[in-house]
Design a protein around this ligand. Structure first.
Ligand code: PSU
Ligand code: MN
Length: 304
């Protein structure tokens, strides 16, 4: 059995050079509450199909890493209790031991690339956690992106992280970071994290040109396209600060560590903001999926 199962739909689209966008599933299993999680996953697929793009939702079902999960499989991941959060390093164990779970950015990027998918849309990227100089807690997403030549669309990283350190690590890891119509690095819930980017693009075709140049140069690192949430959708600044401080204090008080940290913080934010952060999360996800579709289409057009 091949190590990575690619659905017929995705396989055919990749082989024909048609646009495909990969989607992760930790956002379903650990990032969003039920039932909005499965709804968001199906909506993202509908959105892409509506734009003539093939969606490739990635996850692991019964030990089978899959690029192009079926609707039933997506629902299964979205409704099963105690389903795993699978990063790159967990993949071999997940396969050998028959786990089912959502793949993080690191594992999704790897699997999507193996299947020939060139564009991947997500909400937020993992990064360097606050206090990482003592805990060494840095998401495997960063290191994974250093070695996977894919284009990832994200709304930057959350301010639950050390944003400045995350950007420094992206530079060290040779990940190209492009601001979409901005030089302010987005802070997920807010348009501006307070950190500045040097490289800015205005259109999907410009992004495609950067990806093409990366490939022509033989560089093997990802390009990160940072897409700020729409102005009308941003989280209110005061609420943002309040819930952020609360989330960090709560994680500290509960001694949350390791792979539980990000899901714990996200869940706290959603509850403490009385669902406001959830709406922002869903809005920026939709926008990232749409932009991912545009970039995938522009990349396919370049190849014609
Ligand atoms: N950041 C978010 N939302 C998410 C995640 C991160 O704003 O859902 C998920 C992604 O799947 C990401 C993972 O790859 O968490 C990172 O987890 P960790 O920090 O444990 O590496
Ligand atoms: Mn971690």
């Amino acid at each position: 059995m091949p190590a990575v199962h690619v659905s017929d739909e995705v396989h055919e689209a990749v082989a024909a050079g048609r646009p495909v966008v990969a989607l992760e599933t930790t956002i379903i299993t650990h990032g969003l509450p039920r039932p909005r999680n499965s709804e968001a996953a199906h909506e993202a697929e509908r959105q892409l199909r509506g734009a003539g793009i093939t969606p490739a939702t990635v996850g692991v079902v019964d030990g089978r890493p899959t690029v192009g999960l079926s609707g039933v499989e997506i629902d299964r991941l979205g409704t099963t209790d105690d389903v795993s959060k699978i990063g790159s390093r967990d993949l071999p164990v997940a396969v050998a031991q028959g786990w089912s779970g959502g793949t993080t950015v690191s594992a999704t990027a790897w699997l999507a690339h193996r299947a020939g998918v060139r564009v991947f849309a997500t909400g937020g990227l993992g990064g360097v956690h606050r206090g990482a100089s003592a805990t060494f807690d840095e998401s495997a997403d960063l290191v994974a992106l250093a070695g996977v030549p894919i284009l990832v669309v994200s709304a930057g990283v959350k301010s639950i992280l050390d944003v400045g350190a995350t950007l420094e690590r992206l530079e060290t890891l040779q990940v190209t970071v492009l601001g979409y119509r901005t030089t302010a690095f987005p802070g997920f819930y807010v348009r501006d994290s307070g950190f500045t980017l040097t490289d800015r693009v205005e259109t999907a075709s410009e992004v495609a040109a950067v990806v093409r140049a990366r490939d022509d140069l033989g560089l093997r690192s990802a390009v990160l396209l940072a897409n700020p949430v729409a102005e009308a959708e941003e989280l209110d600044d005061a609420l943002h600060h309040a819930v952020l401080e609360g989330a960090l204090a709560d994680a500290e008080a509960h001694g949350v560590r390791g792979k539980d940290t990000t899901p714990h913080l996200l869940d706290h934010l959603h509850r403490a903001s009385e669902g406001r952060s959830l709406e922002v999360n869903l809005a920026l996800y939709r926008a990232n999926v749409a932009l991912g579709g545009e970039v995938a289409a522009a990349l396919s057009a370049l190849d014609d």
